[in-house]
Ligand binder design. Structure first.
Ligand SMILES: Cc1cc2nc3c(=O)[nH]c(=O)nc-3n(C[C@H](O)[C@H](O)[C@H](O)COP(=O)(O)OP(=O)(O)OC[C@H]3O[C@@H](n4cnc5c(N)ncnc54)[C@H](O)[C@@H]3O)c2cc1C
Length: 291
């Protein structure tokens, strides 16, 4: 189906399946996908982007929910933050639900999607540290309908990019059946962009703690040594408790990994403050996950 939208683009295509969307992008290579439009239309309104054609993803019902496969959930790229924030989703993937609940005001959460958050790839994107801690993968649909998989961290780290005509179809996230926490610090009260965020997941089957810090760098950061150190302290079969001193040390280890001391001189005051914020978030996130 094609309609006219002269103010934004000369053509708007509204496919009803991923296959049709891939075909639309193949026949009109200049077309830009649009999901909730919360980021894309902001760029159009600011005059930063003038797409000549749009492929609207809002009618593709297969990417607005999720299904299960081999101990994982395949999350449709069109899941809105509002949908991911609901209790049934929170029971499955609490860290991502927590991030979705923190992603902007209600109007944004009702329209903004998981796929859009990933592709925009803003450092303050709340879903991004949660996906990094989960070690989630993207299922990408190519112009000929072919599928390929890509770790989210590769896309966010610029190791591999979406190619022309490709779409995110699904995000594959493990179902870990253990506590997960997302915490965010903003510079204001009420909804706001993160100045720092932490997602932390426990993986009891692998006796692992996985943590990702958002907003302090261009992509989420994984403090791998701090993760391994703290996982070795946890008594996985006996209540999973840690002393307050260990929680404190973990917070500081995470923060120093993400915001290291400069080779010369001292850390500027603003960076010291950010480091304290990250340390507090990481300490609290681990404490909550183990409580
Ligand atoms: C006022 C305001 C407050 C906000 N606050 C927050 C916040 O606190 N936290 C936060 O994380 N975000 C926030 N955002 C950002 C935004 O809402 C999210 O990034 C949202 O998830 C984007 O999703 P969307 O569906 O609207 O993307 P769109 O705007 O539709 O698209 C964004 C980009 O992704 C591409 N795209 C979309 N879907 C796909 C797909 N399936 N495959 C390939 N490419 C795709 C588009 O082509 C475009 O380049 C805020 C935005 C606004 C305007």
């Amino acid at each position: 189906m094609t309609t006219r939208a002269p103010q934004v683009a000369s053509a708007v295509m509204l496919p009803s399946s991923l296959e049709e969307a891939a075909a639309a992008l193949a026949t009109t290579p200049a077309a830009v996908p649009v999901a909730g439009g919360t980021d894309l239309m902001a760029s159009v309104n600011a005059g930063l982007l003038r797409p000549t054609a749009l492929v609207g993803l809002g009618r593709i019902s297969e990417i607005r929910g999720w299904h299960y496969q081999d101990g994982h959930a395949l999350l449709g790229a069109g899941l809105t933050h509002a949908r991911m924030g609901r209790p049934d989703f929170a029971a499955l993937i609490p860290a991502l639900a927590g991030a979705a609940r923190a992603a902007g005001p209600p109007q944004i959460r009702n329209a903004g999607t998981l796929g859009g958050n990933i592709i925009t790839g803003d450092r303050t994107g709340d879903a991004l540290p949660a996906l990094a801690a989960l070690e989630a993968d993207l299922i990408i649909v190519g112009p000929d309908g072919a599928l390929r998989e890509l770790p989210v961290s590769h896309l966010l780290g610029g190791v591999d990019m979406l190619r022309t005509g490709e779409l995110i179809g699904f995000v594959r996230a493990p179902l870990l059946h253990a506590p997960q926490v997302f915490m965010k610090a903003t510079g204001r009260t009420g909804p706001g962009r993160a100045i720092a965020s932490v997602a932390l997941v426990l993986d009891p089957a692998r006796r692992g703690v996985r943590c990702a810090v958002g907003a302090v760098g261009p992509a989420p950061m994984r403090p791998l040594e701090a993760e391994q150190w703290v996982a070795s302290l946890i008594e996985w079969d006996a209540g999973r408790r840690l002393a307050p001193e260990a929680l404190q040390a973990f917070g500081e280890y995470v923060a120093a990994s993400c915001i290291p001391d400069p080779e010369e001189g001292t850390l500027p005051a603003a960076a010291q403050h950010l480091r304290r914020t990250v340390a507090a978030l990481a300490r609290r996130a681990l404490g909550r996950a183990l409580s």
